[in-house]
Structures are given as C-alpha cells and as structure tokens.
Design a protein around this ligand. Structure first.
Ligand SMILES: Nc1ncnc2c1ncn2[C@@H]1O[C@H](COP(=O)(O)OP(=O)(O)O)[C@@H](O)[C@H]1O
Ligand SMILES: [Mg+2]
Length: 257
C-alpha cells in the first residue's frame, strides 16, 4: 500500500461545523491509478492538497491517519514533509504557470529538485534534466531547458511540469486536473504520456479529473466525490459501465461529450 487515508475531515477554521471534506477513506496500492472525480467544489483539490499537507492555513485537517509508505504524515514535522515532497510524492497542477517561478529557466527549476533530493553531480544533473524532458516527449530538451516558463506553449509547460514532478522518481503523484487546460489533441498525448510513465516508472497516482476519457484509459479504480464525501467507488469499468449512485449518473451525463 502506498497511501491510506482514514477518516479525513477538513474544516474551515472558525466554522468547524462545516466540513469541506467529510470522513473520507481512500487507499492507493503500489503502481495503481485511482481517479477522484466529482463536480467542482466537491473537495477534490482539498483532498489532494491534504495528502501533501499543503492546504491553505485557513483550513484545518482533522484526520486520524494519512499513511504514506508506512509513515503517518499527520505525525511528521514540517521538515520531514519537505523531504518527502518532490522526492517521495509530488503534485501536478492544472496550471503550470503557477507551479513554475517566472524568473528562472525551466531546466534550472527541474534541476533544483535533483539538487535538493539527490547526490548527483552538476553535470549529471543537467544530463538528467535533458533525459527527463525527453522522457515526457520533448523533442529539443536543450532549448526547452534554456527557456523561461512564459516562452513555452501550454502543452510544453505541462510536460515540463511533469518532468519536474517525476525528477526524483516519487512513489506517488497527485495530478489535479492535469489536462483541463489543454486542447483535445494534447489531452490524448497526455493520456499516452501517463500510460508510459506508469509503465516505466511504476508510480502510483491519484488522478483528479473531469476527463472521463482519461479515467477510462488510465484509472484502475474510481472514487466519486460529492459535497466532501465519497459517494461511490469501485473498479473503473464498473463505475463507468454501470454507475449505481444517482450522483454518479448525473455526473456522467454532465461530463459526457
Ligand atoms: N481556503 C479556503 N477557505 C474556505 N473555503 C475553501 C478554501 N479552500 C477551499 N474551500 C472550499 O472548499 C470547497 C471544496 O473546494 P475544492 O477542494 O477546491 O473543490 P474541487 O477541487 O472539487 O473543485 C469549495 O466549496 C471551496 O469554496
Ligand atoms: Mg479542484
């Protein structure tokens, strides 16, 4: 088991009666992809951010356990969390411009992860940055590494962010709507890329998405979230093929294209 969340509840400080995430249980086994789907505002991002303990200070995580690789993250110091983030687990966001610092070159920002989490020598780090960019399907890694975030197209930025997320070879990736800002062709490329990464790197993934195509192609299991709670879960084929909960059916109808 890579991740096991038990009774995760997240509340807004000062309004403890109202939960954004309510009593949520979730397990992700080694090398498995679990999709978390649900309408906007249902608490998906908050769930993902809670795992990395990156929720806004306005929110409070109340949970017994978030076990990641046998360690209870809720007992970890901030220092321990910093060592884990980027190294053992990392996050891919919807908007890569928010993930990158605008004033540093892409290559440097990927290299920083290696600097912080590995013992690689500077030359090996730079080589590894190029390898990583190649791995995510970038044709001219040298030029991309030299570019600033704003100089790249949305698709390239997305790939660069994925390269950064996988740089230290984490055990778990949390991807929060990784394709919703991309056009349809690029979405298809991303599905291929994630399939390849899972095969080659054997990572587990929590895939937060509206994209049922992506869910169908990638996820082993699906959890459906509504108003902070998981209302239905199961194997992908079962959930997509015969959703049981009325909310899941509604959601399928709403996001079917
Ligand atoms: N920092 C915050 N303070 C108050 N409410 C918040 C905060 N962050 C999120 N929320 C609320 O929590 C709910 C769930 O948000 P979120 O996890 O972003 O949903 P999703 O990712 O499913 O769209 C929303 O109603 C949102 O307004
Ligand atoms: Mg969200």
């Amino acid at each position: 088991m890579v991740l096991e969340i038990q009774n995760l509840t997240v509340t807004v400080r000062g309004q403890e009666g109202k939960s954004i995430v309510k009593d949520l249980d979730l397990k992700i086994e080694k090398e498995k992809i679990v999709a978390l789907v649900g309408g906007s505002g249902s608490g998906k991002s908050t769930t993902g951010l809670s795992i990395l303990r990156l929720v806004s200070p306005a929110l409070r995580i109340q949970s017994r356990k978030i076990i990641f690789l046998k360690k209870n993250l809720l007992d970890c110091s901030e220092e321990e969390m910093c060592r884990l983030r980027g190294k053992e687990m990392s996050m891919i966001f919807q908007e890569p411009l928010e993930a990158f610092n605008p004033v540093f070159r892409i290559g440097y920002q990927i290299e920083e992860v290696l600097l912080y989490h590995t013992d690689l020598k500077p030359r090996d780090r730079r080589e590894r940055v190029e390898d990583l960019l190649k791995m995510v399907g970038v044709d001219d890694p040298k030029r991309i590494a030299q570019s600033y975030p704003h100089q790249l197209s949305g698709g390239l930025r997305q790939r660069a962010m994925i390269a950064q997320a996988i740089a230290a070879h984490p055990q778990l990736i949390i991807a929060d709507e990784p394709t919703s800002n991309l056009d349809v062709t690029l979405q298809a490329h991303m599905i291929e890329l994630f399939q390849r990464l899972r095969r080659e790197l054997k990572m587990a993934m929590l895939l937060i998405t509206h994209d049922l195509g992506m869910v169908g192609h990638l996820a082993d299991e699906v959890a459906v979230m509504s108003a902070g709670e998981i209302v239905e879960r199961g194997k992908t084929a079962d959930i997509l093929g015969s959703p049981q909960h009325p909310y899941t059916r509604q959601l399928m109808d709403a996001i079917k294209v």
